[in-house]
Design a protein around this ligand. Structure first.
Ligand code: ZN
Length: 272
């Protein structure tokens, strides 16, 4: 089995301090939390930035730069920058893809539309074509986020049409209230449609976090944890840092007998 690539999703775009009292908001807080997650064993960080005034997700390039630059100085992390902004706000394509200018190794690629947080998170065929082309031009590998089977089918078709390059890298997002549930059966149904040479990682939202991590652990996949997806360490006990969530899953992986990939090892596994 490959070593496990742990991705830490540091903050997301919408959860505020009333719900998540320890969630990083400012660029400095986000960068610090990412460094801590790296020290705990994460080799990838998935990054959103927040408008420090409102706390809401933003695609402002300067805010991204204030997170990316210190991380490149202090760590060898693989950076995965979001292209969603706030799902449901549906920013113009150029704004959503603005972070590509910083040449991250990965960027999120949401391979279809879905209801999220009371709105439609729109990822039209035209948007997906544009995003795939712009990522290829920028030398950025798409991290294909899959909320249901249609998104996986879409990505594979785009690969067949020459719009996405092998090996594809998938991030399964299970347990949103509007997409595939975070159950073993639901996950296995998605898993059996993966192309043979694809790499993949799982996210379980909220209480689905550990169950989906365990599916990845036993099926030779990779794992994403972090406050974007789940803020609890235990029932009613919020994590104080992203590092705590990384540490827990690192402990479980080691106990099971799968080592944790360094960023250099993760780059090899992902085919960079
Ligand atoms: Zn995200």
């Amino acid at each position: 089995m490959d070593k496990v690539i742990i991705t830490a999703a540091i903050t997301g775009s919408r959860m505020m301090r009333d719900v998540a009292p320890h969630i990083p908001i400012t660029p400095e807080e986000i960068a610090t939390s990412a460094v801590e997650a790296w020290q705990a064993g994460a080799s990838i960080v998935h990054l959103h930035v927040r408008d420090p005034e409102t706390g809401l997700g933003s695609q402002d390039l300067d805010l991204f730069r204030r997170v990316v630059e210190p991380l490149r100085e202090k760590t060898d992390l693989i950076l995965s920058l979001t292209t969603s902004g706030i799902p449901g706000r549906n920013l113009p394509t150029e704004e959503r893809l603005a972070p590509l200018a910083l040449k991250p190794e990965l960027a999120s690629f949401d391979a279809g539309s879905i209801n999220l947080g009371g709105r439609v998170f729109a990822n039209s065929p035209d948007f997906l074509d544009d995003a795939a082309r712009m990522m290829r031009e920028a030398g950025v590998k798409p991290e294909i986020e899959v909320f249901d089977l249609g998104m996986l089918v879409t990505a594979v078709r785009m690969r067949d049409e020459g719009k996405l390059d092998d090996p594809l890298h998938f991030q399964f997002v299970l347990g949103t209230p509007w997409g595939a549930p975070a159950t073993p059966k639901s996950f296995l149904h998605l898993h059996e449609h993966l192309p043979a040479d694809a790499t993949w990682s799982t996210i379980g939202i909220g209480r689905g976090s550990l169950p989906m991590a365990m599916m990845a652990l036993i099926l030779d996949g990779h794992i994403r944890v972090g406050m974007e997806d789940n803020i609890y360490l235990d029932r009613g006990v919020p994590a104080k840092t992203n590092a705590e969530l990384v540490e827990r899953v690192v402990r479980i992986c080691r106990a099971y007998g799968r080592d944790i990939a360094t960023p250099a090892e993760a780059r090899k596994i992902l085919g960079f």
